[in-house]
Every structure is written in structure tokens, then in C-alpha cells.
Ligand binder design. Structure first.
Ligand code: ATP
Ligand code: MG
Length: 445
């Protein structure tokens, strides 16, 4: 075998020596070659090492930890009905309920040909169903920390046989918000275990902290530290705070985007933007931490299935969420922490697809922008807002014919349609098929 064909061989899943049940599962999912983080991390996990693994958003970190841990616990798979024969052997912690659900879906997909049991527990829903699963016994448990502690406190689950602990979005799991819960969970786990930390971002403080509970960890870094994925084109428009909604609508329309995820900093501004867009006739979902869990799940599922074209979200949707071929992310407001910028824009440009991230930055946010640039070690060029073409390309199923008629006050000389009087012109794909004019109900915002 020549050197180059040996390298090629090392690029296949077969070469990673995973169990045949796992190989068939990834093939069925359409994965042909492992991603760089999968190539690097899987052999190290199989060799029993603790890891701090960093790889860009959307590059398959979930499979990079799930496949080798399923391989390792496969010998314990059994068909016994006794719960004692199904202790929790792998615990995966994630920072949000939606991410925990998604990671569990991946575990189910990768383990589909193995007789291993798994479940997910997270807050905001009744504990009863989760208790029944836990009592029956599961080998793989995916959880958010708070709800896991509730179950552990009730003795519905025991964590004293955990061989693998994974912190997905590890830098978030180790920040001040989660650390107290995490320490309590760590105290319940055997000292003799393998611990795997995965994220697209790590900082020095987190690295130091992680060192205190990892055994001789290896650092795996795919690509430059904290870099945003190159698959995402990053665009910055300078826009006064009050003009942001016009700018958002204009970019949606001019670029004729089929779907977009729009991030705000706070729950309040997510609700406010959602209401304002609805009043313009834009179909929009809103997701944030104050919504009922069932609403959160419905909004995200609808968006993932492409039923909802526009989703306004706080940073609860910034990390880990995998939306197939999402074309665009907007930063309606820049996040306070630059890490979140990297994670937010990483909701697009995943699994090899290209993506677009548009940040609408007001003068008050200049410092945040500078912080982002420092963090990703890249200068972000500022572009003028795109002009509205005289005659926009006709869009299939467009409910309202778009005619360029009057001049946009925010950008003199640029024509915008005014066919829907009193409302904003928007990308026709974001409009419902037929919609009576809505009363402009709320007096003040
Ligand atoms: N080897 C592969 N070949 C093709 N697609 C893959 C492969 N591995 C993973 N994927 C797909 O890539 C997408 C992104 O994977 P995943 O969610 O694990 O990314 P991630 O690195 O965890 O990103 P993030 O940092 O945003 O959490 C998923 O849809 C997954 O199914
Ligand atoms: Mg992930």
C-alpha cells in the first residue's frame, strides 16, 4: 500500500475499528467519511484517554464522543429485564433541554443496531415518565444537570457505575452558572472513569479548571483555537438600534432567504421582536427560557422541519442545535460573550454546507463587536445594507406582487415596494399565503 492510499484508508470509518453495528448505523445515516474531529478523537477515546476536544461548530463532535463510548459499553449490552443489569454506564451532560433532547436522538440513531438502552432527562416537564425509564435501567443517560440532580436526589437513578462522563458544550458546563450543580454530580460518580470534554470554544480558565478533574487529559484541537467555521460568510451591517427591524426585513427580502434564525440578547427583546414581526405579517416562532417547555419544543421542531421560516431566539438556541441546511443566522443584537457569537453563527454552515451570518450592529455595540473580533482573531468588514433591486426576482407562491414604488427613507435613492401599505416589505417566503390585515394592537413596546 502506498503512503497516500494508507492515508486514504485512515480516513474511513472502517479504519477506526468501530463495532460493525456502529458502522452500519453511520452508513445508514449517510456518513461516508469521518470528520477530522471524529478521526482524531475516536481512537483516543477507544484507548481510554480523558480528552479536551475542540472542533468547529457543525463538524460532528456528537458522533466523535458517542460512537466510541457506545463501542466501549457494547459488551455490557443485554436483554435482561432486571434494572440491576442496566446501570448507567455513560452520562452525557448538556446545557439546554433542547440540546439534551437532540444529543439523545443522536445516541438513539448511532445505537440503533445495538441492544443498549438510553434515555434523556431534562427540566420543565413532568418527572413521572422520566422516572419510569430510569427505574427500568439505561446504559446511556443524557441529561441537563438540574433535572439529573432531582432524579439522583430521589434515588430514581444511581450514578455509581458511570464509566464515561461527557460534557457537551464543556466550557459552558464549567462556567459559573453550572459549576455548583456539576460539582455535586461529579461527587456522585466513580473516580475511576473516563471524562470527555467537547466544545467549539475553550478559554484558559476553563482549561485550568477542567484539569482538576480530568486524568492526564489529552488536548485535541481541530483548526485554530476558537475559530468560527470558514463555511459561514460573516457580514456586519452598521444599523442604528431603531432601524434594525427594517434592516432585518430588507436583508431577508433582498437575499430571498428560505429560513433564518434571529438571535436577541434577552427574552424581552425576543418577545418584542417576535410581536413586531408578526404585526408586519411575518410568520415567526419565538423561543426563550420563559416559554413553557412544550412551546419551546414545538417552536424548535417546527423550525427544524422547515414549517416555521423564521425563529427568534435567545442564546438558549445558540449552542449545539443542529438544523439541517439552515441558510442564515442573524445577530439582531450581538451577544455579551464572544463565545456565544461563535456558537450562534455555527447554527448555519454545518456538515459541509455553506452558511451566512448577518450581524446588525448599532453604535452602542461597537465594543461587543471588537470583543468578537479579538476572540475569533479576525477582522469583520462592515458592509452597507444591500439595496433593494428595482424588480425583485418573482418568488414562487408569493402572496403579494412586489413592486418597487417608493423610496426607502433610511436609504434615499433605494426603491422599496409599498404594495402592503402600512406594513414592511419582507421576503415573500416569510409571508403566510393569505392573511387579512392585522390590527396594530399593542400601543407601546
Ligand atoms: N462523518 C459525517 N459525515 C456526514 N455528516 C456528519 C458526519 N458526522 C456528523 N455529521 C452530521 O453533521 C451535523 C453536525 O454534527 P454535530 O451536531 O455533531 O456537530 P457539532 O460539532 O457537535 O456542532 P456544535 O459545535 O454546533 O455542537 C449533524 O447533522 C450530523 O448528523
Ligand atoms: Mg455539538
Amino acid at each position: 500500500m502506498t503512503e497516500s492510499s494508507a492515508l486514504e484508508a485512515a480516513n474511513t470509518f472502517e479504519e477506526l475499528a468501530l463495532a460493525p453495528e456502529l458502522l452500519s448505523a453511520v452508513l445508514e445515516l449517510g456518513y461516508t467519511v469521518p470528520t477530522p474531529i471524529q478521526r482524531e478523537a475516536i481512537p483516543l477515546v477507544l484507548a481510554g484517554r480523558d480528552l479536551m476536544a475542540q472542533a468547529q461548530t457543525g463538524t460532528g463532535k456528537t458522533a466523535a464522543f458517542t460512537l466510541p463510548l457506545l463501542h466501549q459499553i457494547k459488551p455490557h449490552a443485554n436483554a435482561s429485564t432486571s434494572p440491576a443489569r442496566h446501570p448507567v454506564r455513560a452520562l452525557v451532560l448538556a446545557p439546554t433541554r433542547e440540546l439534551a433532547i437532540q444529543v439523545h436522538e443522536s445516541v438513539v440513531a448511532y445505537a440503533k443496531n445495538l441492544p443498549l438502552r438510553s434515555t434523556v432527562v431534562y427540566g420543565g416537564v413532568n418527572m413521572k415518565e422520566q422516572e419510569a425509564d430510569l427505574r427500568a435501567g439505561v446504559e446511556v443517560l443524557v441529561a441537563t444537570p438540574g433535572r439529573l440532580l432531582d432524579h439522583a436526589g430521589n434515588k430514581t437513578t444511581l450514578l455509581n457505575q458511570v464509566q464515561f462522563l461527557v460534557l457537551d458544550e464543556a466550557d459552558r458546563m464549567l462556567d459559573m452558572g453550572f459549576l455548583p450543580d456539576l460539582k455535586r454530580i461529579l461527587d456522585m460518580l466513580p473516580k475511576n472513569r473516563q471524562t470527555l470534554l467537547f466544545s467549539a470554544t475553550f478559554n484558559d480558565e476553563i482549561t485550568r479548571l477542567a484539569g482538576s478533574f480530568l486524568k492526564d487529559p489529552l488536548k485535541v484541537e481541530v483548526a485554530r483555537k476558537n475559530s468560527a467555521t470558514e463555511l459561514v460568510e460573516q457580514i456586519v451591517h452598521k444599523v442604528a438600534e431603531d432601524d434594525k427591524i427594517e434592516a432585518l426585513l430588507r436583508v431577508l427580502r433582498v437575499r430571498n432567504l428560505s429560513q433564518a434564525l434571529v438571535f436577541t440578547r434577552t427574552k424581552l427583546s425576543a418577545d418584542k421582536l417576535g410581536r413586531r414581526l408578526q404585526r408586519r405579517g411575518v410568520e415567526v416562532g419565538v423561543i426563550h427560557g420563559d416559554k413553557a417547555q412544550v412551546e419551546r419544543i414545538l417552536a424548535l421542531d417546527g423550525f427544524k422541519q422547515g414549517k416555521v421560516k423564521l425563529l427568534v431566539a435567545t442564546d438558549i438556541a445558540a449552542r449545539g442545535i443542529d438544523i439541517a441546511e439552515l441558510p442564515c443566522v442573524f445577530n439582531f443584537e450581538l451577544p455579551y460573550s464572544p463565545e456565544d457569537y461563535v456558537h450562534r453563527i455555527g447554527r448555519t454552515g454545518r456538515a459541509g454546507a455553506s452558511g451566512l451570518a448577518v450581524s446588525l450592529v448599532s453604535p452602542e455595540e461597537d465594543k461587543l463587536l471588537a470583543g468578537v473580533e479579538r476572540f475569533i482573531n479576525k477582522r469583520l468588514e462592515i458592509s452597507p445594507l444591500p439595496s433593494v433591486p428595482e424588480r425583485p426576482a418573482p418568488v414562487r407562491d408569493a402572496p403579494v406582487p412586489i413592486q418597487a414604488e417608493h423610496t426607502d427613507a433610511a436609504d434615499p435613492g433605494v426603491s422599496v415596494p409599498r404594495s402592503r401599505r402600512g406594513r414592511e416589505p419582507v421576503c415573500a417566503l416569510f409571508l403566510p399565503p393569505v392573511r387579512p390585515a392585522e390590527p396594530d394592537a399593542s400601543p407601546a413596546e
